[in-house]
Design a binder for this molecule. Structure first.
Ligand code: SAM
Length: 333
């Protein structure tokens, strides 16, 4: 076996970043499992296995978001990028595999200048995958930010090499994970990071019939259930948790008042679960749930209104009527 030799300083920085991330995970788990209803934050779904399971979900016939957005980006790449004169930088927040950014960059006509791409993702697995995907494109240089959306956005926006126009991307209906007040704050923070002439491209899943939505988040192959339950596997591995996976069932619920699909892990029997690294022993009643993710669904005008409330101009919207998915280009005046 060969081993890469790291400079001791780099190795110790990596160890302390990992220890800090573990401390933050433990603190969030301790706080969120003490709430009623119990919760866990969706960003923790994406460890190495979680990121791979998400890629598998994208291939499922019942999860149509990825294919719909791919179709729109393939067909309208030029129309989505040409309104930004002298586009030289793209920043993708929560890039996942990076495949959609590659479609957009590859589909730009008349790209005479090099393109600098900033990939922001909390998952090291997603960053590795997307950096490799983007590295195959000519005249594209890649900067990775292993960070949360806000930190990564700040780092990318502060890049001294940011000339010309910037296009920020928030695809895959990542916006749906935010409560409307968080979505509003998020739009405003992106608006603050951008400059006149820049753009913001947002992909959002649209409201559709309940059975279609529930199949997308509780598929017959059980891949989404594995993605959800992997959060308990992660707590067991990283925080010494004692969750017995056989006692928890994945459930998707449509909340018609809030227009969101909720993912829950339902505890089948009353029990106590220890999570020593988070300093916690959690009591569960039979039937009690842990709410792990929300996916808010939009109407096309609603997503435009969110951007406009934050100070963007809504430039154009492309809709895949078949799957019910919208990509909207916002511009900074
Ligand atoms: C639903 S996936 C979508 C991936 C990609 N945008 C697509 O369209 O396929 C969400 C991605 O965002 C990342 N992510 C989730 N929450 C995050 C956060 N708070 N900060 C940074 N990245 C996050 C996940 O690791 C994952 O790669």
């Amino acid at each position: 076996m060969t081993r890469a030799l790291l400079h001791p300083r780099i190795a110790s920085d990596a160890v302390s970043a990992e220890a800090e991330a573990r401390r933050e995970f433990a603190a969030d788990v301790a706080r969120d499992l003490s709430l009623r209803p119990k919760r866990l934050q969706p960003k923790y779904l994406y460890d190495a296995l979680g990121s791979q399971l998400f890629e598998a979900i994208c291939e499922l016939p019942w999860y149509r978001i990825t294919r719909a957005e791919r179709r729109l980006l393939t067909r309208y790449a030029a129309a989505m990028t040409e309104p930004l004169a002298d586009l030289t930088t793209m920043i993708e927040l929560g890039c996942g595999s990076g495949e959609k950014l590659a479609l957009l960059a590859g589909g730009m006509r008349r790209r005479g200048r090099p393109l600098r791409v900033h990939l922001v993702d909390i998952s090291p697995t997603a960053l590795d995958l997307s950096a490799r995907t983007l590295a195959t494109l000519p005249q594209v240089s890649v900067v990775t930010h292993g960070a949360s959306y806000d930190v990564g956005l700040r780092q990318a926006a502060a890049s001294p090499l940011r000339h010309g126009a910037t296009l920020a991307l928030f695809l895959g209906s990542n916006i749906g994970n935010f409560h409307p007040t968080e979505a509003d704050a998020f739009f405003r923070s992106v608006r603050r990071a951008l400059r006149p002439g820049d753009g913001f491209l947002v992909g959002a899943d649209l409201v559709k019939p309940e059975p279609v939505l529930l199949r997308a988040y509780d598929d017959p192959l059980g891949v989404t259930a594995a993605f959800d339950k992997n959060l308990l596997v992660r707590i067991n591995r990283e925080l010494g948790g004692t969750f017995d996976l056989a006692d928890f069932t994945h459930e998707a619920r449509w909340n018609a008042t809030e227009l969101r699909v909720e993912m829950h892990l339902v505890c089948r029997r009353a029990q106590q679960v220890a999570i020593p690294v988070a300093g916690l022993s959690v009591a569960f009643e039979a039937g009690e749930t842990i709410w792990t993710e929300s996916s808010y669904k939009y109407v096309p005008a609603g997503i435009g209104a969110c951007g406009e409330a934050a100070g963007f101009d809504c430039h154009e919207q492309w809709i895949d009527r078949d799957a019910g998915f919208a990509v909207t280009l916002f511009r900074v005046r």
